[in-house]
Design a protein around this ligand. Structure first.
Ligand SMILES: *Cc1c(COP(=O)(O)O)cnc(C)c1O
Length: 467
């Protein structure tokens, strides 16, 4: 249909691209966004305004078009990686990025990433330095090891160790320790990829030192223990301790590898979290190479840490594959700052968020839940919120079967299903991930960072008013 005389006049009156780009608000957008993105958003908004004139005779003014363009711009400029409020209670949630960093680690990353840094540069001599030197001494100090190095993650650490120590030869591992970690990590597959040959001994539930000894032959390159970090075999069981394995290794002149998965840097039973083998205990027992993740119990950035005998660490660092797993400046900055907190166990517990969350007392969690509950009730008096005791998990393949007592605020939203509410919470801003139990949504306060409490409440209130 041809536009009427009046519509033609309305179309002529619409602001042009030049008018819009002259506007002070639009100009300010150009400071933050690429011009093409701004022009694209304005173009879409003008198009919508024209269609509205033609379809319904409704005209839009400059302010309305700018408003529309702003919404389009915000949508297109939004990043895929976003902040999430973790209300699941799972402290080391792999899907949510495992450990939140300490303030010191965040400062270190910001400082090193916002400009240049001495990543591989010795400021004393002005000569080229080595990137892992920023953390190697600290790791040796904290674990009692002779030497240390760092790679991309613990999977890479395992692969580097196996490739360096055992490519083309056999590595003896107990059948009770052939672990699969979430996200397609399986030890036998990793072993094959490294070029080493897996030599399984014992049974799923019982393996003795004699089983290892019988399997040793001229092809054997190493003995390996793998911490069964994400499951537990209970009942009629027997496993060989690291001391015994080291004794056997010494006798046959074979290195002993200990994959701890999530190594603890101090005895966590002091914060009510026992059972996790410490890296120092493994080194003290005489293990030649010990590896663990940077973002599990340690509470730092994603990294794979290898500590042990200097001759082995040197050989690993000479392996050409090392370059493929090297870590960047942001990782090293965060790792160094995190490790520094460990010089004092109580300082680590107070400043590393995941350790603080794991060791939070039930009393403090109850108080936190009661505060959140009260604020929610004040804001949304007609909604059904309650405080309830529940259990949370450590996660990240750590502390299997270990449940931590916790407090939650639970919610039964009116006139909307639980699944729909959870979806709205996930897809809003800020994104909130929670879980459901018995027709109620649970917000586990253990993993809700203090600064996120008000944004969480505001988002729940906003969701209610949207309905
Ligand atoms: C978690 C884990 C790994 C993998 O570590 P990432 O840092 O996730 O690569 C390997 N081995 C064990 C025993 C683990 O617990």
């Amino acid at each position: 249909m041809e536009p009427t005389q009046q519509q033609r006049e309305q179309l002529r009156q619409l602001p042009s691209m030049t008018n819009l780009l002259d506007d002070a608000i639009v100009k300010s957008w150009l400071d933050e966004h690429p011009r093409s993105l701004v022009v694209g958003a304005l173009d879409r908004a003008i198009g919508t305004a024209r269609r509205s004139v033609i379809d319904s005779g409704k005209s839009a003014d400059l302010a309305a078009i700018i408003d529309d363009a702003r919404t389009i711009l915000q949508l297109r400029a939004a990043t895929s990686m976003r902040k999430v409020i973790n209300a699941t209670g799972v402290v080391l949630h792999t899907g949510l990025g495992r450990a939140p960093l300490s303030d010191a680690a965040i400062r270190a990353v910001t400082e090193c990433a916002s400009g240049y840094c001495n990543l591989e540069f010795d400021l004393d001599s002005g000569a080229r330095g080595r990137r892992v030197d920023h953390v190697a001494d600290l790791l040796a100090e904290l674990t009692g090891a002779e030497a240390a190095t760092v790679v991309n993650n613990n999977a890479a650490a395992t692969l580097m160790i196996l490739n360096t120590a055992a490519a083309g030869r056999g590595v003896i591992v107990s059948r009770g320790e052939l672990v699969e970690i979430g996200g397609s990590y399986r030890l036998p597959d990793m072993m094959r990829a490294s070029g080493a040959q897996l030599c399984e001994v014992g049974t799923t539930n019982r393996t003795r030192i004699a089983d290892y000894e019988k399997a040793i032959d001229e092809n054997t390159a190493a003995l390996m223990r793998v911490h069964t970090s994400n499951y537990r075999v209970v009942g009629f069981t027997q496993a060989v301790g690291i001391e015994e394995l080291v004794e056997l290794g010494r006798k046959h002149n074979l290195p002993v590898i200990d994959d701890l998965g999530s190594g603890a840097l101090f005895d966590l039973s002091s914060i009510g979290m026992g059972e996790e083998p410490s890296v120092r205990a493994s080194i003290d027992a005489g293990a030649d190479l010990v590896c663990f993740s940077g973002d599990k119990i340690l509470g730092g950035p994603q990294a794979g840490i290898i500590v042990g005998r200097k001759e082995w660490i040197d050989r690993i660092e000479c392996n050409p594959l090392m370059r493929t797993y090297r870590v960047g400046k942001m990782t090293l900055a965060a790792l160094e700052a995190t490790l520094q907190s460990y010089r004092d166990a109580s300082h680590a517990t107070a400043t590393i968020p995941s350790l603080a969350m794991m060791s939070a007392s039930l009393d403090s969690l109850k108080t936190k839940a009661e505060t959140l509950h009260q604020l929610l009730v004040e804001k949304l008096p007609s909604e059904d919120f309650q405080v309830a005791k529940a259990t949370s998990a450590v996660g990240g393949g750590s502390y299997p079967g270990r449940e931590l007592e916790t407090y939650c605020v639970t919610w039964q939203p009116k006139n909307i299903t639980i699944d729909e509410t959870l979806k709205q919470l996930r897809t809003g801003t800020p994104a909130i991930v929670a879980r459901a139990q018995r027709e109620r949504i649970l917000f586990d306060v253990r993993t809700i960072i203090d600064a996120d409490q008000i944004p969480l409440i505001d988002r729940i209130a906003e969701l209610r008013t949207d309905l």
